[in-house]
Design a protein around this ligand. Structure first.
Ligand code: ADP
Ligand code: ZN
Ligand code: MG
Length: 486
């Protein structure tokens, strides 16, 4: 980062495109399925042949409205579609149908919480529906191939006001957007695969200045970390340029993740270059009360609300609640485990630590995780009922991962049940003391540290199955008996 950071402040606005999880395209019945053979998900409508008429996808409208409600926007009951005209090989129609003057959603906000716990609202200027363009594939032999399968796939574009003040805030905002679209199940939120795309607008200004500086726009960042890095890069570049007395030129830059460098793409088209005008083939979109209410009703509990409920219903620390609600499927898994186990905090620890580390190391989602929530509940109950120790439980967990078996059966079959019988433990304690006279003498001469040694020996002898609390209690009693006899 530039050494002039104290003097300047960054101003950032993000434009996020989210690909909607509808079965069919925005204005025709073609499939949106990813990975089909190139140029097979097409019809005269999405190819823009003369004489065809687009018909709006109702589900896509519902998804866009859901996002608007979830981000506190006003839903414009009346909105219109516009043609955004430009020439590009992957756009056979010569224009993209979008919304311009009257978008579906406006003036919302999203709350983010920074590392220091400070809450901040990022205002959302607009969310509109639009169709995607096709894809140019530049292959090795210097030719470019066109795949129009993606032409007409529904997107929402979410545009913020320039309220974001650091790369970290941008990261938090994007994480929030991803979390919400996944909770709403309107987009899979995968930035690496392009279902979530982000363009970043950046300018810098002297601290305290109320005017906005000239901005640049960075495209082509395909991960949240890349957005953060690209922003850091561009902020430094702009500050250094200003310090050198240069002017910032409004332009579009492309981020190169390998080189960690942004390169100019083209000078930004002026808005009128797109010659926006209302699409004469589409009637205005009108959302009546009945439809609005139905959509509003279909909105599930959102991440913030769920996190608060976890804190209240399961008495979890805020930290746990936030981690567990990060992903909807993990939150659901937690609730299924918690429902059948009596120890909510232990359920949280098992998921945050043991389950999540398996997910990370295997790079799988909770949906692919093999241990059924009922079985994890049983494991937790075996610990809280004193049937097995937590140490043995970790072993059982490993066996469950591989065998997908009921922990109660594993514990019985492998004879892992905790030894909690006082007489048995006392016998073992006596045996271990007898076998180690040197350590006993050390204890008698005041070296209480050797207790640990004895505990270790007892655990070794019982293969970790002795109830640790009881071992401690009985061992100390027995050692003190010896002391008193001197
Ligand atoms: P454009 O006409 O270049 O598309 P918009 O006004 O539509 O610009 O804004 C696009 C995005 O850029 C929005 O997210 C907005 O908040 C952001 N933005 C606008 N002006 C600035 C600026 N000076 N610095 C940083 N971001 C800005
Ligand atoms: Zn089509
Ligand atoms: Mg714009």
């Amino acid at each position: 980062m530039s050494k002039f950071n104290q003097k300047y402040e960054p101003v950032i606005g993000l434009e996020v495109h989210a690909q909607l999880l509808t079965e069919t395209k925005l204005f025709c019945g073609c499939s949106t399925k990813f990975g089909n053979k190139p140029n097979t998900n097409v019809c005269p409508v999405c190819l823009g042949h003369p004489g065809v008429l687009p018909v709006l996808n109702k589900r896509a409208v519902e998804f866009a409205v859901m996002m608007g409600i979830a981000t506190n926007c006003n839903i414009n009951r009346h909105s219109i579609f516009a043609r955004k005209n430009y020439f590009y090989p992957d756009l056979p129609k010569g224009y993209q149908i979008s919304q311009y003057e009257e978008p579906l959603c406006e003036n919302g906000f999203l709350k983010i919480t920074t590392k220091d716990g400070v809450q901040k609202n990022i205002r959302i200027k607009r969310i509109h529906l639009e169709e995607d363009a096709g894809k140019s594939i530049h292959d090795k032999s210097d030719t470019t191939l066109i795949d129009v399968n993606r032409c007409g796939v529904p997107l929402i574009e979410i545009v913020t006001e320039p309220d974001i003040s650091s790369p970290e805030e941008a990261y938090l905002y994007l994480t929030k957007i991803k979390q919400i679209v996944q909770y709403l199940e309107i987009c899979d939120g995968n930035m690496e695969e392009g279902s979530l795309r982000c363009d970043a607008n950046i300018s810098v200004r002297l601290k305290g200045d109320n005017n906005l500086g000239v901005k640049t726009e960075i495209k082509n960042m395909n991960s949240f970390r890349n957005v953060e890095k690209a922003l850091e890069y561009e902020i430094s570049r702009q500050i250094d340029a200003l310090e050198d007395g240069e002017e910032i030129i409004q332009q579009t830059l492309l981020w190169n993740a390998d080189l960690e460098h942004a390169y100019p793409m083209r000078t930004k088209e002026e808005e009128h270059d797109y010659r926006y005008f209302p699409d004469p083939d589409l009637i205005p979109l009108f959302i009546n009360d009945e439809w609005y209410n139905k959509i509003n009703h279909s909105i599930p509990e959102l991440p913030d609300a769920r996190s608060n409920r976890f804190i209240e219903s399961y008495s979890l620390p805020k930290y746990d609640a936030e981690i567990l609600t990060q992903e909807k499927d993990i939150a659901e898994y937690y609730e299924m485990v918690a429902k059948n186990s009596r120890d909510y905090k232990s359920a949280s620890n098992w998921i945050m630590v043991d389950v999540m580390s398996v997910l990370n190391s295997k790079n799988i989602s909770i949906k692919e995780f093999t241990i059924q929530p009922e079985n994890l509940s049983k494991l937790i109950n075996l610990i809280s009922d004193g049937v097995i120790s937590s140490k043995i439980a970790k072993e059982v967990f490993q066996i469950m991962l591989e065998s997908n078996q009921d922990p109660e059966i594993i514990v019985k079959e492998k004879n892992l049940i905790q030894i909690s019988d006082e007489k048995t433990i006392l016998e073992i304690v006596k045996k271990v003391i007898e076998k180690n006279p040197d350590q006993l003498n050390e204890y008698l001469s005041g070296k209480e540290k050797v207790v640990g040694f004895f505990v270790g020996q007892i655990m070794k002898l019982t293969q970790g199955k002795a109830n640790p609390q009881m071992v401690n209690k009985i061992l100390i009693e027995e050692l003190n008996n010896k002391k008193n006899k001197i």
